[in-house]
Design a binder for this molecule. Structure first.
Ligand code: ADP
Ligand code: MG
Length: 282
């Protein structure tokens, strides 16, 4: 048992950029299982017996599966960030279980092991290195063994080069490649951070309030980016911005007081009496 739960233990890494042959096992079509998860902070229950299943699409294409794009909404304090903390190992469930695919028991893995197993997370605030260029930020985000040790920028590992090109294309920051990240707009920093996540080639991407503080145009661009990412990743997006959610959403999960209040399309959950009462207000 411990061997399959241990991503360092004998998992052949086939090479950068290709799926790890023995990575997360999504054979039952589920990328993420949370069962009866509770998180207590002293006497306060931030997550309350929460069960959540995020589906994984077919896993046959080479670059990766088409995943589900799930939106999670809910009032402040509902437990949305705590949920992401549980998935990424930052907070341990007090009760319940959390699995990535069939085989990775998240509660038994370190945050580093979880990232290596293919879960990438973007926090609410961008954490780019302002004094480094866009390219340097992306390269610093590449897995350590893929960075070129000696002369960091003169010679790039070809796989790292591919990851860099793909990532830059996706976040559309090519023209800023040699600019310090500190000169980017708030929205561009957020995209850079998504690009940094992509350097790790995650299977599951968690985005916590990606459009907070963005202009309308940046929000629209971020919606396009999410829909593009969805082609090759499973995405879990926490957001408040309803028009953004309307553009990208398939299934929406509404969280309130640490528990799931409703699940369905955005129209369905918006019509739900409990959601109206506890979240949307009248
Ligand atoms: P959301 O992201 O939905 O706004 P959070 O997951 O951040 O909600 O927080 C859920 C609740 O748990 C809040 O009441 C918050 O104050 C509490 N909480 C979160 N993290 C901690 C912590 N480390 N210690 C104590 N309470 C916490
Ligand atoms: Mg939050």
């Amino acid at each position: 048992m411990s061997e399959i739960l241990q991503p360092h233990g004998g998992h052949a890494t086939e090479g950068y950029g290709r799926p790890k042959e023995q990575g997360a096992d999504f054979t039952h079509g589920i990328a993420l299982y949370l069962e009866k998860v509770s998180v207590w902070f002293d006497a306060f229950r931030a997550l309350n017996d929460l069960s959540l299943y995020i589906e994984e699409g077919e896993l046959r294409c080479i670059i990766g599966p088409n995943g589900e794009l799930r939106c999670i909404i809910g009032p402040n304090g509902a437990g949305k960030t705590t949920l992401m903390d549980v998935i990424t190992g930052k907070t341990r469930p007090t009760e319940g279980t959390a699995f990535f695919g069939q085989n990775y028991d998240l509660a038994k893995m370190s945050t580093e092991q979880i990232a290596e197993a293919g879960i990438g997370r973007k926090f609410q605030k961008p954490t780019v290195f302002e004094n480094f260029t866009v390219m340097e930020n992306l390269l610093l985000a590449a897995p350590k063994d893929k960075r070129v040790k000696k002369s960091f920028f003169s010679k790039l590992d070809p796989d790292a080069q591919n990851a860099l090109d793909e990532s830059l294309t996706q976040i559309r920051l090519q023209e800023f490649i040699n600019k310090p990240a500190g000169l980017l707009s708030h929205g561009q920093k957020q995209w850079l951070e998504i690009g940094m996540l992509l350097m790790q080639r995650p299977k599951l991407i968690l985005l916590d309030e990606p459009v907070a503080g963005m202009t309308d145009a940046e929000t629209e661009r971020t919606a396009e980016l999410c829909l593009e990412l969805k082609k090759n990743h499973t995405l879990v997006v926490v957001e408040h911005d309803m028009s953004f959610i309307d553009t990208i959403s398939e299934k929406v999960t509404v969280l309130a007081q640490g528990a799931i209040l409703a699940e369905g399309t955005l129209a369905e959950v918006q019509a739900n009496e409990d959601v109206i009462e506890k979240y949307l207000g009248r």
